[in-house]
Design a protein around this ligand. Structure first.
Ligand code: CO
Length: 134
C-alpha cells in the first residue's frame, strides 16, 4: 500500500538556526521559511535527491508540535510521510486492521495541499506516520 518516502519532518526550536545547520554544515539546498498558520507551524523545505526534509517550528500558542518540543527541547524527528495512491482506500484498510487514524479519522488537506492523515504512533513502533495521497 505505501509507496515512496515523501518527507521526514523534524521539529526544531529555531528554524533559522536549523536552516543554517542544513545549509552550512550539511551543504543542502534549503528553501525559505514560510508560515502555515492553519497547521500551526513555520516550515522550511529541504530538497534532497530522493526525498525531502521538512523543518517545523511552532507557530502560535496552539501549535501541534509544542508538546513534542517540550519533551525534546533540542528538536527531533517528528514524523515520516509515506505516499499512497488512494487515501480513502488506505484509511479503510488501516481501520480494518485496527490501526488508529488520528483526529476524526478522515483525511485533511496537508501542508502540500494534498489529502493526508496521521496514524497513532503506538500502533506503528513509536513513530508518528503521515500518509499523503499523491
Ligand atoms: Co508531514
Amino acid at each position: 500500500m505505501i509507496g515512496r518516502l515523501n518527507h521526514v519532518a523534524i521539529a526544531v526550536p529555531d528554524i533559522g538556526a536549523a536552516s543554517a545547520t542544513y545549509r552550512d554544515i550539511l551543504g543542502a539546498h534549503v528553501g525559505a521559511p514560510f508560515a502555515q498558520a492553519e497547521h500551526g507551524v513555520t516550515v522550511v523545505f529541504i530538497e534532497l535527491p530522493n526525498t525531502k526534509i521538512e523543518l517545523l517550528e511552532p507557530l502560535g500558542a496552539n501549535s501541534p508540535i509544542l508538546k513534542f518540543l517540550e519533551k525534546n527541547p533540542n528538536g527531533g524527528i517528528h514524523h515520516l510521510c509515506y505516499e499512497v495512491e488512494d487515501i480513502i482506500a488506505a484509511s479503510d484498510r488501516l481501520k480494518s486492521k485496527g490501526a488508529r487514524v488520528l483526529g476524526d479519522g478522515n483525511p485533511k488537506i496537508g501542508a502540500h495541499g494534498k489529502p493526508v492523515l496521521f496514524l497513532h504512533p503506538k500502533d506503528l513502533n513509536g513513530t508518528l506516520i503521515e500518509l499523503e495521497q499523491i
